[in-house]
Design a protein. Sequence first.
Length: 256
Amino acid sequence: MNIELRMVSHKNKGAELMLRSMLAHFDGRDDVSFTGRKNVGPRDRRRALGIDTLLFGTHRGRFVTTPRHLPPAALRKRLKLTHPSEVDLVLDAAGFAYGDNWPASRARLSAEYYKSLRSRGAKVILMPQSFGPFTRTDVRDAAKDLLGQADLIFPRDDTAMQAVEELVGPADHISQSPDFTPLIRAELPLDLVLPERAAAVIPNQKMIQMAATTPDAYEAFLVKVIEVFAKNGLSPFLLPHASQDAPLVERVRTRA
């Protein structure tokens, strides 16, 4: 079985955890192989994780790929390349990518791609993630097409579940499910020294960009979290969600 790991990468800790959780779930399965787009990570990183490169491209917002016989199958195998026609299952772990905060073209592209795969017998699973809101007409239409191309849909929370059901109605293949990354076993670096009862506080710039809050209010909230943790006997420390969150982390550290 050839599984495409979609909408995951090494760029932030959430996407990295989802990537590694899915890989860990199939650990030891000799009948399973993995593929993914280049944005999953640099070539050497993908190869180290056993993820082949998917021949996926876009042109003017549309999904494009090579003819099925190009490159030849033997050459694809040697170069660790996968043609979309060889994909049996897609695990879409976008996290938060379909809703008013994103252009409709994102959901539209995924819907078009999944329709092409399913016409060849592949299955598509929208892994536990946030959905919505879908108030913009263009986003609603694109999201409805996308959800119509999924064999299983797992909204991650009550708000996401409500958004999905308002758009396509309740259905047996739609089921609310929590974040699946706690299933992966943590392996701490040998040189990492943490205090007893350590509690990570993870500043995320997208909480400001994607939510109706201000930088000052969000930073004040994180400082309050740190105070509550400390008051309850925990040892809080700051952990950046992604590299671009470093300035936010420093501002919180200064205020705490």
